[in-house]
Design a protein around this ligand. Sequence first.
Ligand code: NAD
Length: 424
Amino acid sequence: MTTVDPTREPEEESAVETARGQLERAAAHLDVDQGTIERLRQSTAVYRVAVPLERDDGTTEVYTAYRAHHDDVRGPYKGGLRYHPGVTQEECVGLAMWMTWKCALMDIPFGGGKGGVVVDPKELSRGEKERLTRRLAQELRPVIGPMKDIPAPDMGTDPQTMAWFMDAYSMQEGETCPGVVTGKPPVIGGSYGREEAPGLSVGIITEQALAYYDTDLEGTTVAVQGFGSVGANAARYLDDAGATVVAVSDVDGAIFDPDGLDTNDVEDHDETPGMVSGYDAPQSLSNEELLTLDVDVLIPAAIGNVLTATNAHEVQADLIVEGANGPTTSTADRIFEERGIPVIPDILANAGGVTVSYFEWLQDINRRAWSLERVYDELETEMLSAWEDMRTEYDSRDVTWRDAAYIVALRRVAEAHGARGLWP
Ligand code: NAD
């Protein structure tokens, strides 16, 4: 086995480079036609639009937006729409590729898409954000739609953004089209349980992974980086199920209690931003210290690229479950593989989000709302089924959990390409 070069700066690798590397690793285990691999290395299309906005002071500003369509062989493109100053075309393509694999692994009939506007939403008033969103919906209208491409909230966007987007699209279509976006408020066709879903799926998958390694959840120690939508829901799920959540964090720092925190008492990012590090706990830590705590399970659930060549050798957890998208760089991944620390990949662990988005789309096109209980039941069924598919692959080959997940996903996408063929 080759030893990882710790001097390689993993942050140099872009999302699309990482995504292509993962595709090639999975392809090496499957007999997939080279032409199909080449198609999957590329995006079907990337749209770049200029979005003019009349600011509150009467001036006009023009923002750049992208929408990447990676692959739709299994169904409409699906993926988030972010408002962030760091959005790039390359990033959208890489994130769209991840969505293709995530949807295929979950066996839901969507392909991969992603998009965003290069803008700092904190610099916009509510009215400006609404006008920008409506104009964006109009600019993207030719390439999106309930059967074409279905955006969802992401960094800097939320259910209200989706409501404006859906309204603008519907006005132009001349009919109410709730299925054009997911992550809407329930009053206009959003699904109950969508907000909690990615955190719940992280919890469900952590339980499965612990059972696989014959570890009792009761008393298992857990550290969670990021106490927002994903992190807080995952931490509370595991806490309620009997785990001992010893540390959680937000952007300002971490809190630590070796006897276990009461995660239902700590306010999350949405309830009150900044409350985590201000909580009265026995010990405060930095985010970096949280990542290297001696715990049974580490759940990075804040941002990408936090487990890197710099800290991967210091991580003491026995199991890592990825709550955030892309928290482990490729170099760190190789280090964990060498050290024998299993990493359960994001495309499975946090896939509860896109799964309940799929449920939302089903409810919208059928015009029939599901109860919260039904959403939770069906989510659990889908997560356990995808876990079993990944586990079967893991047990039958000498691969990492991530490779096993990508093999399942790539096989499904490649088989669909084989069945449909190349037109003309
Ligand atoms: P969020 O904004 O609700 O919460 C993020 C949390 O991370 C907050 O507690 C914040 O203080 C903390 N944080 C921010 N920057 C940090 C930093 N530099 N260091 C440490 N902590 C930091 O976000 P979220 O929706 O929970 O998303 C978290 C991750 O999960 C992201 O990678 C996101 O792409 C991914 N994800 C989210 C969803 C979803 O539907 N919410 C679905 C799948 C994946």
